[in-house]
Design a protein around this ligand. Structure first.
Ligand SMILES: [Cu+2]
Length: 136
């Protein structure tokens, strides 16, 4: 008789213990993942956002300074007319119009100084319209 009573008890307690164990292990593994330094580095690095203004005949800020390894987001506007924004070494070739924001995203994976060139004729000083990107 006593065996017949005990079986449901064991079944019942295992029904409680196993979910509790699984909850314990899943929460502890989440905790371990959060503490793991590798997990902290894995999420995508936040982009460095820089507002840039193009004008006759230059760019502000000048130079645009970032650090090697930075994910860079440039938000470029024009003060006056349509301009170009060209950086050969980074394969960037965009245009900027007054009243609009041109977004340029790139990974600053090359150290050095790079010339920014205007590729849209914008007036008598167009050919001398240059800026600089510095990747430190
Ligand atoms: Cu120009």
């Amino acid at each position: 008789m006593s065996q017949k009573i005990n079986k449901p008890k064991i079944l019942c307690s295992s029904l409680i213990i196993f979910p509790l164990l699984s909850v314990f292990f899943s929460t502890s593994s989440i905790f371990i993942l959060q503490k793991c330094p590798a997990a902290e580095e894995t999420p995508h690095k936040k982009a460095v956002v820089i507002k840039v203004e193009a004008f006759r005949y230059g760019y502000l800020p000048d130079p645009i300074k970032v650090k090697k390894g930075d994910k860079v987001k440039l938000l470029i506007t024009s003060r006056d007319v349509k301009h170009g924004f060209y950086i050969k070494e980074y394969g960037i070739n965009s245009t900027v119009e007054k009243g609009k924001i041109t977004e340029v995203n790139f990974l600053a994976n090359k150290r050095g100084e790079f010339t920014i060139v205007c590729t849209v004729y914008c007036g008598s000083g167009h050919l001398s319209m240059k800026g600089k990107l510095v990747v430190e």
